[in-house]
Design a protein around this ligand. Structure first.
Ligand code: SF4
Length: 430
């Protein structure tokens, strides 16, 4: 009789970069005979993959750890393992304050999980895809050396460590063989890809090689810092049938006063030039960006400059954060910290402006035909989909009505209506 498999559950917090670590962990534990379950209450091994990027993320991680400590006390869970960025930053403090956790593992100790779960096999970097089967994140490098003054990532994740082009192409082929249709390229800053191993940035060369893999339908690029936007890269995106006309370009602010304090590598002039180049060469490109409001020393004038820029630029997708005074960062000790009340008001004002921009800009799709990928069936004949202009989880949805489709299908639809952030579509009649 087959031995009953031990059950484990993993909770992943934070960004897609963390999700990729979880996928490696899941694959390795499955290799040693464990089975992944969806309910933490039924698991014998509980794993929390934490995020330590900003205070709210740290608090969320601690809350989940404490929830799991409570579950462990109920008796079913025999091992509680906590991994990820929070551990990398605060291992000693965590070990002292939450002794109920059996193992705290930093980012460079993740491979230990396999041994903790009784394996004698060497660690292999395989992955079990936790996203829906038709899309997956592909991390091309880890770490960052940009040292933006508000950010802890360079201290947590260390310097840039890139995979080789061959390694990434092989990983992409394996994903395509597993049925993945959309590969989402990620790193802390994909524009810095290759500097450590090739002595120069090689994102463009990597994309040209990935673009040759027939079974991949879409390649999506997230987290490209604006200083890396070049004509060569834009032509590669323009000429490719696979690379989505989509870029996630974190801008963070537009006032030179703030950009300098943030230790960003671009000035207002550089940013306007880069966005102008995109508009000239690939006008259909959908841009997602992020801003931080309430950075130390941000005056009303700086904020108005940001609002004015956003109103003129009309980004397709915009996310914003209120600045958080993160311990250990240079920005935390800057004078003229902004009150929470003002930060919140600026955040709300910015998002209100963006809501109107998004609503207006989506109207241009009405009556147009688009290819969409089906992410989820909501109810009979209604599906959640995305076009090449939307990344999963963060951007808008194309709600497909009156259709019969399977999750993962790529189908042609006609846009019949638009909402604030989403579109409504019907299948194109053949
Ligand atoms: S580019 Fe800046 S914000 Fe992004 S991870 Fe690196 S230091 Fe942090």
């Amino acid at each position: 009789m087959a031995r009953k498999k031990a059950l484990f559950y993993i909770e992943t917090l934070g960004c897609p970069k963390n999700l990729v670590d979880s996928e490696v962990i899941v694959s390795n534990i499955q290799d040693v005979g464990y089975e992944l379950v969806n309910n933490p209450k039924s698991a014998e091994v509980l794993i929390v993959n934490t995020c330590g990027f900003i205070q709210p993320a740290k608090e969320e991680s601690i809350d989940v750890i404490l929830d799991f400590v409570r579950l462990k006390k109920e008796g079913k869970c025999k091992k509680l393992i906590v991994v990820g960025c929070l551990v990398q930053r605060y291992k000693e403090k965590l070990e002292k304050s939450i002794p109920e956790v059996d193992f705290f593992l930093g980012l460079d100790e993740i491979s230990e999980i396999k041994h903790i779960c009784n394996s004698k096999d060497p660690f292999e970097d395989k992955r079990f895809i936790l996203t829906p089967k038709h899309y997956a994140y592909l991390r091309i490098s880890d770490g960052c050396e940009n040292f933006c003054s508000y950010c802890t990532i360079p201290f947590i994740r260390g310097p840039v460590r890139s995979k080789s082009i061959d390694e990434i192409v092989n990983e992409a082929k394996q994903l395509a063989d597993q049925g993945v249709k959309e590969i989402i390229i990620i790193a802390q800053d994909i524009g810095n890809y290759g500097v450590d191993i090739y002595g120069e940035r090689r994102l463009n060369e990597l994309l040209l090689d990935l673009d040759k893999i027939d079974d991949i339908h879409w390649l999506r690029l997230l987290y490209l810092n604006p200083q890396h936007i070049t004509k060569k890269l834009l032509f590669t995106i323009k000429d490719s049938q696979r690379i989505c006309k989509y870029l996630d370009i974190p801008i963070q602010h537009i006032s030179d006063n703030i950009l300098k304090k943030m230790n960003r590598k671009t000035s207002k002039k550089d940013l306007i030039q880069a966005l102008g180049m995109i508009n000239d060469l690939v006008p259909e490109l959908s841009i997602r960006t992020t801003f931080i409001v309430g950075f130390p020393g941000e005056t009303e004038k700086d904020f108005e400059e940001l609002l004015d820029f956003v109103q003129k630029q009309k980004f397709d997708h915009l996310g914003a954060f209120t600045y958080f005074q993160e311990e250990g960062t240079k920005a935390a000790s800057l004078p003229n910290q902004i009150t929470e009340d003002i930060k919140q008001k600026r955040f709300e004002k910015l998002m209100e402006v963006q809501k109107v921009i998004s609503q207006d800009s989506l109207e241009r799709f009405i009556g147009k035909k688009l290819s969409v990928i089906v992410d989820k069936k909501i109810k009979p004949k209604i599906y959640e989909c995305r076009s090449e202009f939307d990344a999963p989880d963060i951007d808008g949805i194309v709600f497909l009505e009156e259709a019969d489709a399977n999750v993962g299908d790529i189908i042609e639809v006609e846009i019949v209506n638009s909402l604030e952030y989403d579109l409504i579509a019907h299948p194109v009649k053949k």
